[in-house]
Design a protein around this ligand. Structure first.
Ligand SMILES: NC(=O)c1ccc[n+]([C@@H]2O[C@H](COP(=O)([O-])OP(=O)(O)OC[C@H]3O[C@@H](n4cnc5c(N)ncnc54)[C@H](OP(=O)(O)O)[C@@H]3O)[C@@H](O)[C@H]2O)c1
Length: 347
């Protein structure tokens, strides 16, 4: 059975990645490419690599001005590849008209609107949406995602960190406090809009830390570890210090996570917990060696490895920020919401 879907914000990086995935999808068909521009472009003029490929599968490459009523008449689900504030406007309008929503922005990820306002620098204006949004870290939220009308697709850095840490926290193998996440992302993580530090001469052959301890993903990581990493131990909630870096590559995230192992915990115990948690999972690979960016680029995979060295647990996780960290996981979630097989479009 075919489901017709809309992509709002198709002219950005996550929008393009989503189009690529849906062109391969046997059951989801792109019905509407929604733009806020006064003169919506043809998507193959924005991204010439799409030339001829949408028409070949019967999809109109012309973007259209976003119209909620028109989308509701033609689509059962919409992907929002938009800035956070724009997502907060379009999500309730679509939900009210019966269209399911997978939101790739951060608009619905943080449970507490005050935490959202502090992290994102503006007030949240859809508290009702926050109440029923489901945080779509797919491997850990399948049942809730299946019945959700609004899915908050997780952030890229939190997807890698949480996938690596949740099984270890649940099994009590590492201390819930004092976790340090040192992470590096390719430049596409910041979106298509040019910014001075992303300018080629600034980013190329350079490496820099940014947002140290104040990055917007810091509260999302901690919330996710608290929500899905098992209950607090003797009143101690999970806490982590997150330090991101800008890596001069186009795509991919690699995180090195340091934690204190519980007494007597060995490398084999960490690896067994990860293997057990992800046995049978298509999109998580527990690796005997440390993963690299190249292993995961252009895939919907999380690769993870863990070991105990010098009395510390050292966990390495790698993902493609635009696929498992955004559009790939969004397709995984949409598949569940629409009753398709979870891996369709993600081969
Ligand atoms: N990049 C990543 O790795 C990544 C990973 C996870 C989540 N995300 C999140 O996903 C969302 C999209 O990210 P991106 O990297 O694709 O961003 P992007 O490349 O900057 O694209 C943003 C898209 O939103 C559209 N847009 C901008 N302002 C709008 C408005 N007021 N109303 C309607 N449309 C508007 C843009 O259209 P125009 O071309 O017409 O301006 C463009 O299509 C963001 O919320 C981001 O935080 C990104």
């Amino acid at each position: 059975m075919s489901h017709r879907v809309a992509i709002l914000g198709p002219t950005g990086y996550t929008g393009l990645e989503l189009i690529e995935s849906l062109l391969r999808h046997p059951s989801l068909r792109i019905e509407c490419l929604g733009s806020a521009r006064d003169n919506p472009p043809r998507i193959d003029a924005e991204f010439p690599r799409l030339s001829g490929r949408l028409q070949a599968v019967g999809v109109n490459p012309q973007c259209e001005k976003i119209d909620h009523d028109a989308i509701a008449k033609r689509c059962s689900l919409a992907f929002l590849c938009l800035p956070h504030e724009a997502a907060m406007t379009h999500a309730p309008a679509l939900l009210k008209r019966g269209v399911k929503v997978v939101d790739l922005s951060a608009a619905y990820r943080l449970l507490d609107p005050a935490v959202y306002a502090a992290a994102y620098g503006h007030e949240h204006h859809d508290a009702a949406g926050l109440e029923h949004a489901v945080y779509g870290l797919t491997e850990h939220a399948r049942d809730r995602v299946r019945s959700a009308r609004l899915v908050a697709n997780p952030g890229c850095y939190p997807t890698a960190a949480a996938t690596a840490l949740i099984p270890l926290l649940r099994a009590g193998l590492v201390d819930r406090t004092g976790i340090i996440i040192s992470a590096a992302s390719g430049v596409s993580g910041a979106g298509r809009d040019p910014k001075p530090n992303l300018h080629y001469p600034e980013a190329n052959e350079n490496f820099s830390a940014y947002g140290i301890g104040v990055h917007r993903h810091q509260p999302e990581i901690e919330q996710t570890l608290r929500m899905l990493g098992g209950s607090a131990d003797q009143g101690r909630e999970a806490s982590a210090l997150f330090v991101p870096h800008l890596l001069p590559v186009t795509r991919g995230i690699l995180e090195t996570i340091y934690a204190t192992p519980a007494p007597g915990v060995t490398t084999e115990a960490l690896m067994s917990a990860l293997r057990e948690a992800y046995a049978g999972e298509r999109f998580v690979s527990v690796r005997a060696d440390a993963p690299t960016l190249r292993d995961v680029q252009h895939t919907n995979q999380v690769h993870v490895n863990a070991r105990v060295v010098h009395g510390r647990a050292v966990i390495i996780a790698a993902i493609d920020n635009l696929v498992k960290g955004a559009s790939g996981q969004a397709v995984q979630n949409a598949n569940l919401m629409l009753g398709c097989a979870e891996w369709e479009g993600l081969g």
